[in-house]
Design a protein around this ligand. Structure first.
Ligand SMILES: NC(=O)c1ccc[n+]([C@@H]2O[C@H](COP(=O)([O-])OP(=O)(O)OC[C@H]3O[C@@H](n4cnc5c(N)ncnc54)[C@H](OP(=O)(O)O)[C@@H]3O)[C@@H](O)[C@H]2O)c1
Length: 312
Protein backbone atom coordinates (compact mmCIF):
# COMPACT_ATOMS: atom_id res chain seq x y z
CA UNK A 1 0.00 0.00 0.00
CA UNK A 2 1.31 3.45 -0.86
CA UNK A 3 2.27 5.67 2.07
CA UNK A 4 -0.23 8.36 3.00
CA UNK A 5 1.03 11.81 2.16
CA UNK A 6 0.60 15.32 3.51
CA UNK A 7 1.57 18.92 2.79
CA UNK A 8 4.57 20.15 4.75
CA UNK A 9 6.57 23.37 4.68
CA UNK A 10 10.24 22.58 4.11
CA UNK A 11 13.57 24.27 3.43
CA UNK A 12 16.06 22.46 1.21
CA UNK A 13 18.86 24.95 1.96
CA UNK A 14 19.51 27.39 4.79
CA UNK A 15 18.64 30.95 3.84
CA UNK A 16 16.04 33.76 3.88
CA UNK A 17 12.29 33.13 4.35
CA UNK A 18 11.92 32.50 0.60
CA UNK A 19 13.65 29.12 0.97
CA UNK A 20 10.45 27.84 2.60
CA UNK A 21 8.31 25.83 0.16
CA UNK A 22 5.28 23.55 0.51
CA UNK A 23 6.13 19.97 -0.47
CA UNK A 24 4.11 16.77 -0.54
CA UNK A 25 5.78 14.24 1.75
CA UNK A 26 5.01 11.00 3.56
CA UNK A 27 3.09 11.34 6.80
CA UNK A 28 5.29 10.54 9.79
CA UNK A 29 4.40 7.54 11.96
CA UNK A 30 4.36 7.78 15.75
CA UNK A 31 6.97 5.73 17.59
CA UNK A 32 6.45 4.22 21.04
CA UNK A 33 5.37 6.95 23.45
CA UNK A 34 4.27 9.29 20.66
CA UNK A 35 1.04 10.27 18.93
CA UNK A 36 0.42 11.54 15.42
CA UNK A 37 -1.46 14.85 15.52
CA UNK A 38 -3.76 16.16 12.76
CA UNK A 39 -2.75 19.81 13.02
CA UNK A 40 -5.16 22.74 13.19
CA UNK A 41 -2.67 25.47 14.17
CA UNK A 42 1.11 25.60 14.48
CA UNK A 43 2.95 28.31 16.41
CA UNK A 44 5.66 30.35 14.68
CA UNK A 45 8.56 30.94 17.06
CA UNK A 46 11.92 32.71 16.73
CA UNK A 47 13.73 29.35 17.00
CA UNK A 48 11.99 28.30 13.76
CA UNK A 49 13.53 31.08 11.66
CA UNK A 50 16.87 30.76 13.45
CA UNK A 51 16.86 27.11 12.35
CA UNK A 52 15.89 28.02 8.77
CA UNK A 53 18.59 30.69 8.61
CA UNK A 54 21.23 28.16 9.70
CA UNK A 55 22.00 29.97 12.96
CA UNK A 56 21.49 27.11 15.42
CA UNK A 57 22.85 24.01 13.68
CA UNK A 58 25.47 23.65 16.40
CA UNK A 59 22.77 23.11 19.02
CA UNK A 60 20.05 21.55 16.88
CA UNK A 61 21.58 19.13 14.36
CA UNK A 62 19.36 19.25 11.28
CA UNK A 63 19.15 17.12 8.16
CA UNK A 64 17.96 18.90 5.01
CA UNK A 65 15.33 19.13 3.72
CA UNK A 66 13.77 20.03 7.06
CA UNK A 67 10.37 21.14 8.32
CA UNK A 68 10.32 23.81 11.06
CA UNK A 69 7.91 24.01 13.96
CA UNK A 70 7.47 22.96 17.59
CA UNK A 71 4.18 24.45 18.85
CA UNK A 72 1.11 22.51 17.83
CA UNK A 73 -2.63 22.19 18.47
CA UNK A 74 -4.88 19.62 16.81
CA UNK A 75 -6.46 16.21 17.27
CA UNK A 76 -4.91 12.80 17.84
CA UNK A 77 -4.91 10.87 14.58
CA UNK A 78 -3.03 7.69 15.56
CA UNK A 79 -1.28 6.40 18.66
CA UNK A 80 2.14 4.79 19.10
CA UNK A 81 2.89 1.73 21.21
CA UNK A 82 2.58 2.07 24.95
CA UNK A 83 0.61 5.33 24.91
CA UNK A 84 -2.03 5.64 27.61
CA UNK A 85 -4.29 8.54 28.49
CA UNK A 86 -4.78 9.72 24.90
CA UNK A 87 -7.33 8.44 22.36
CA UNK A 88 -7.89 9.00 18.67
CA UNK A 89 -9.83 12.25 18.21
CA UNK A 90 -8.68 13.88 21.48
CA UNK A 91 -7.97 17.61 21.23
CA UNK A 92 -4.33 18.16 22.22
CA UNK A 93 -1.65 20.84 22.32
CA UNK A 94 2.00 21.10 23.15
CA UNK A 95 5.36 20.47 21.51
CA UNK A 96 5.75 18.27 18.48
CA UNK A 97 8.40 17.92 15.81
CA UNK A 98 8.18 19.55 12.35
CA UNK A 99 4.77 21.10 12.99
CA UNK A 100 4.55 23.35 9.89
CA UNK A 101 2.63 20.49 8.27
CA UNK A 102 -0.74 18.78 8.14
CA UNK A 103 0.44 16.08 10.56
CA UNK A 104 3.27 15.82 13.09
CA UNK A 105 4.37 13.41 15.77
CA UNK A 106 4.71 14.47 19.40
CA UNK A 107 5.90 12.64 22.51
CA UNK A 108 3.03 12.32 24.99
CA UNK A 109 5.39 13.80 27.61
CA UNK A 110 5.13 17.19 25.85
CA UNK A 111 1.40 17.35 25.05
CA UNK A 112 -1.79 17.75 27.08
CA UNK A 113 -5.53 17.78 26.45
CA UNK A 114 -7.05 21.11 25.42
CA UNK A 115 -9.49 22.06 28.19
CA UNK A 116 -13.10 23.03 27.40
CA UNK A 117 -13.33 26.71 26.58
CA UNK A 118 -9.81 26.92 25.15
CA UNK A 119 -9.50 27.30 21.37
CA UNK A 120 -7.02 25.51 19.12
CA UNK A 121 -5.54 28.96 18.36
CA UNK A 122 -4.93 29.77 22.02
CA UNK A 123 -3.56 26.30 22.69
CA UNK A 124 -1.05 26.56 19.84
CA UNK A 125 0.66 29.49 21.60
CA UNK A 126 1.31 27.66 24.83
CA UNK A 127 4.32 25.38 24.64
CA UNK A 128 7.27 27.45 23.50
CA UNK A 129 5.95 30.73 24.92
CA UNK A 130 3.95 29.49 27.88
CA UNK A 131 6.08 26.66 29.20
CA UNK A 132 9.22 28.77 28.85
CA UNK A 133 7.60 31.66 30.74
CA UNK A 134 6.38 29.27 33.46
CA UNK A 135 9.83 27.72 33.87
CA UNK A 136 11.45 31.16 34.12
CA UNK A 137 8.93 32.72 36.50
CA UNK A 138 8.29 29.76 38.77
CA UNK A 139 10.89 26.99 38.41
CA UNK A 140 13.88 29.36 38.19
CA UNK A 141 12.81 32.62 39.87
CA UNK A 142 10.38 30.99 42.37
CA UNK A 143 8.27 34.16 42.19
CA UNK A 144 6.03 34.77 45.20
CA UNK A 145 3.04 37.07 45.80
CA UNK A 146 4.16 40.58 46.72
CA UNK A 147 7.57 40.27 45.04
CA UNK A 148 8.70 42.64 42.31
CA UNK A 149 9.23 41.16 38.82
CA UNK A 150 10.76 42.87 35.77
CA UNK A 151 9.97 41.25 32.42
CA UNK A 152 12.36 42.42 29.70
CA UNK A 153 10.38 42.22 26.44
CA UNK A 154 6.86 42.19 27.93
CA UNK A 155 5.06 42.18 24.59
CA UNK A 156 6.57 39.06 23.04
CA UNK A 157 5.42 35.46 22.89
CA UNK A 158 7.31 34.56 26.08
CA UNK A 159 7.20 37.96 27.78
CA UNK A 160 3.45 38.52 27.42
CA UNK A 161 2.81 35.23 29.21
CA UNK A 162 5.46 35.95 31.88
CA UNK A 163 3.71 39.27 32.63
CA UNK A 164 0.36 37.51 33.04
CA UNK A 165 1.81 34.72 35.20
CA UNK A 166 3.39 37.33 37.47
CA UNK A 167 0.11 39.19 37.81
CA UNK A 168 -1.78 35.93 38.48
CA UNK A 169 0.69 35.05 41.24
CA UNK A 170 0.12 38.44 42.90
CA UNK A 171 3.53 39.95 42.17
CA UNK A 172 4.16 43.60 41.29
CA UNK A 173 4.95 43.35 37.58
CA UNK A 174 7.11 45.82 35.69
CA UNK A 175 7.73 45.21 31.99
CA UNK A 176 9.66 46.81 29.17
CA UNK A 177 8.25 47.43 25.70
CA UNK A 178 8.70 49.73 22.73
CA UNK A 179 6.29 52.67 22.40
CA UNK A 180 3.82 50.81 20.16
CA UNK A 181 3.44 48.00 22.71
CA UNK A 182 3.17 50.01 25.96
CA UNK A 183 -0.64 50.08 26.09
CA UNK A 184 -0.86 46.40 25.15
CA UNK A 185 1.50 45.34 27.93
CA UNK A 186 -0.44 47.46 30.44
CA UNK A 187 -3.69 45.84 29.22
CA UNK A 188 -2.42 42.35 30.05
CA UNK A 189 -1.75 43.31 33.65
CA UNK A 190 1.65 44.95 34.06
CA UNK A 191 1.61 47.42 36.96
CA UNK A 192 4.28 49.54 35.25
CA UNK A 193 5.42 49.55 31.64
CA UNK A 194 8.75 51.15 30.77
CA UNK A 195 9.12 52.36 27.18
CA UNK A 196 12.72 51.28 26.67
CA UNK A 197 13.02 53.49 23.57
CA UNK A 198 12.43 56.62 25.65
CA UNK A 199 13.64 55.77 29.16
CA UNK A 200 16.81 54.21 30.52
CA UNK A 201 15.50 51.07 32.25
CA UNK A 202 18.29 51.12 34.83
CA UNK A 203 17.23 54.63 35.92
CA UNK A 204 13.55 53.76 36.10
CA UNK A 205 13.55 50.37 37.83
CA UNK A 206 15.07 49.29 41.14
CA UNK A 207 14.84 46.67 43.88
CA UNK A 208 13.26 43.87 41.88
CA UNK A 209 13.36 40.32 43.17
CA UNK A 210 13.55 38.77 39.71
CA UNK A 211 14.26 39.78 36.13
CA UNK A 212 12.92 37.54 33.38
CA UNK A 213 14.88 38.43 30.25
CA UNK A 214 13.49 37.51 26.83
CA UNK A 215 15.83 39.72 24.77
CA UNK A 216 19.42 38.84 25.69
CA UNK A 217 22.71 40.61 24.91
CA UNK A 218 22.87 44.25 25.99
CA UNK A 219 19.54 43.93 27.77
CA UNK A 220 21.11 41.43 30.18
CA UNK A 221 24.08 43.75 30.69
CA UNK A 222 21.65 46.52 31.70
CA UNK A 223 19.55 44.34 33.99
CA UNK A 224 21.92 43.61 36.89
CA UNK A 225 21.60 46.96 38.63
CA UNK A 226 17.80 46.77 38.94
CA UNK A 227 17.99 43.66 41.17
CA UNK A 228 17.84 43.60 44.95
CA UNK A 229 20.78 41.93 46.68
CA UNK A 230 20.13 38.20 46.42
CA UNK A 231 17.75 38.68 43.48
CA UNK A 232 17.81 36.53 40.35
CA UNK A 233 18.11 37.17 36.63
CA UNK A 234 16.62 34.41 34.48
CA UNK A 235 17.24 34.57 30.77
CA UNK A 236 15.55 32.54 28.06
CA UNK A 237 18.10 33.73 25.46
CA UNK A 238 21.48 32.04 25.70
CA UNK A 239 23.28 32.22 29.02
CA UNK A 240 23.70 34.72 31.82
CA UNK A 241 27.14 35.19 33.31
CA UNK A 242 27.23 33.62 36.78
CA UNK A 243 30.53 35.39 37.61
CA UNK A 244 29.08 38.83 36.90
CA UNK A 245 26.05 37.90 38.96
CA UNK A 246 28.15 36.71 41.91
CA UNK A 247 30.25 39.89 41.82
CA UNK A 248 27.04 41.89 42.13
CA UNK A 249 25.57 39.77 44.92
CA UNK A 250 22.77 38.37 42.76
CA UNK A 251 22.11 35.10 40.95
CA UNK A 252 21.77 34.21 37.26
CA UNK A 253 20.19 31.28 35.49
CA UNK A 254 19.32 30.25 31.95
CA UNK A 255 15.97 28.56 31.63
CA UNK A 256 16.13 24.80 31.07
CA UNK A 257 13.39 22.55 29.71
CA UNK A 258 12.45 19.30 31.48
CA UNK A 259 11.77 16.19 29.39
CA UNK A 260 8.17 16.09 30.56
CA UNK A 261 6.22 19.33 30.22
CA UNK A 262 2.66 18.01 30.46
CA UNK A 263 2.12 19.16 34.09
CA UNK A 264 2.99 22.74 33.11
CA UNK A 265 0.84 22.58 29.97
CA UNK A 266 -2.10 21.40 32.08
CA UNK A 267 -1.70 24.33 34.47
CA UNK A 268 -1.44 26.79 31.57
CA UNK A 269 -4.54 25.27 29.95
CA UNK A 270 -6.46 25.67 33.21
CA UNK A 271 -5.41 29.33 33.47
CA UNK A 272 -6.55 30.03 29.90
CA UNK A 273 -9.88 28.27 30.55
CA UNK A 274 -10.44 30.34 33.71
CA UNK A 275 -9.58 33.60 31.94
CA UNK A 276 -6.50 34.24 34.12
CA UNK A 277 -4.26 33.90 31.07
CA UNK A 278 -5.12 35.40 27.69
CA UNK A 279 -2.59 34.38 25.03
CA UNK A 280 -2.26 37.20 22.52
CA UNK A 281 -2.36 36.14 18.87
CA UNK A 282 -0.53 38.66 16.72
CA UNK A 283 -1.45 37.31 13.29
CA UNK A 284 -2.61 34.08 11.65
CA UNK A 285 -1.16 33.04 8.27
CA UNK A 286 -2.21 30.10 6.09
CA UNK A 287 0.32 27.25 5.95
CA UNK A 288 1.29 28.33 2.43
CA UNK A 289 2.45 31.70 3.80
CA UNK A 290 4.98 30.32 6.27
CA UNK A 291 7.65 32.53 4.69
CA UNK A 292 5.63 35.70 5.44
CA UNK A 293 4.90 34.41 8.94
CA UNK A 294 8.59 33.83 9.68
CA UNK A 295 9.52 37.21 8.18
CA UNK A 296 7.06 38.82 10.62
CA UNK A 297 8.57 36.88 13.55
CA UNK A 298 12.06 37.82 12.43
CA UNK A 299 11.42 41.55 13.02
CA UNK A 300 11.86 40.80 16.75
CA UNK A 301 9.07 43.23 17.68
CA UNK A 302 6.09 40.95 17.89
CA UNK A 303 3.05 41.16 20.12
CA UNK A 304 2.14 37.70 21.38
CA UNK A 305 2.40 34.73 19.04
CA UNK A 306 2.15 34.33 15.26
CA UNK A 307 0.29 31.22 14.07
CA UNK A 308 -0.05 29.12 10.93
CA UNK A 309 -3.56 27.90 10.22
CA UNK A 310 -3.27 24.42 8.80
CA UNK A 311 -6.87 23.20 8.74
CA UNK A 312 -10.40 24.25 9.77
N1 LIG B 1 15.38 29.02 25.93
C1 LIG B 1 14.20 28.68 25.47
O1 LIG B 1 13.71 27.60 25.70
C2 LIG B 1 13.42 29.69 24.66
C3 LIG B 1 12.05 29.49 24.49
C4 LIG B 1 11.32 30.46 23.81
C5 LIG B 1 11.97 31.57 23.26
N2 LIG B 1 13.32 31.68 23.40
C6 LIG B 1 14.00 32.86 22.83
O2 LIG B 1 13.54 33.99 23.54
C7 LIG B 1 13.49 35.12 22.68
C8 LIG B 1 12.10 35.75 22.74
O3 LIG B 1 11.16 34.84 22.21
P1 LIG B 1 9.67 35.32 21.92
O4 LIG B 1 8.97 34.17 21.37
O5 LIG B 1 9.11 36.03 23.09
O6 LIG B 1 9.97 36.40 20.76
P2 LIG B 1 9.02 37.52 20.18
O7 LIG B 1 7.60 37.08 20.29
O8 LIG B 1 9.57 37.90 18.87
O9 LIG B 1 9.18 38.73 21.19
C9 LIG B 1 10.35 39.41 21.37
C10 LIG B 1 10.00 40.70 22.10
O10 LIG B 1 11.20 41.37 22.48
C11 LIG B 1 10.88 42.76 22.55
N3 LIG B 1 12.12 43.51 22.44
C12 LIG B 1 12.96 43.58 21.39
N4 LIG B 1 14.02 44.35 21.72
C13 LIG B 1 13.83 44.75 23.01
C14 LIG B 1 14.58 45.52 23.94
N5 LIG B 1 15.74 46.09 23.59
N6 LIG B 1 14.09 45.71 25.18
C15 LIG B 1 12.93 45.15 25.55
N7 LIG B 1 12.16 44.40 24.72
C16 LIG B 1 12.62 44.20 23.48
C17 LIG B 1 9.91 42.99 21.43
O11 LIG B 1 8.98 43.96 21.86
P3 LIG B 1 8.98 45.47 21.34
O12 LIG B 1 8.45 45.42 19.94
O13 LIG B 1 8.07 46.12 22.29
O14 LIG B 1 10.40 45.91 21.33
C18 LIG B 1 9.21 41.64 21.25
O15 LIG B 1 7.90 41.70 21.72
C19 LIG B 1 13.91 34.61 21.30
O16 LIG B 1 15.28 34.87 21.11
C20 LIG B 1 13.67 33.12 21.39
O17 LIG B 1 14.46 32.37 20.48
C21 LIG B 1 14.05 30.78 24.10
Amino acid sequence: MANETMRAVRFHDYGPPSVLVVDTVDRPAPKAGEVLIRIRFAGVNPIDWKLRAGLVQRYIPTTLPATPGLDVAGTVETIGDGVTGFSVGDKVFGRGAATYAEFAVAPVATIAHIPDGVSFEQAATLHVGGVTAWLAVFDSAHLEAGQRLLVQGGAGGVGSIAVQLGRWKGAYVIATASTANVDFVRSIGADEVIDYTAVNVEDAVHDVDAVVDTVGGEVIAHSWSVLKPGGILVTVVGTADAETAAARGVRAEAVGHPVETRPILEQLGTLVASGDLNPEIQQVFPLEEAAQAQAASETGHGRGRILLKVAD
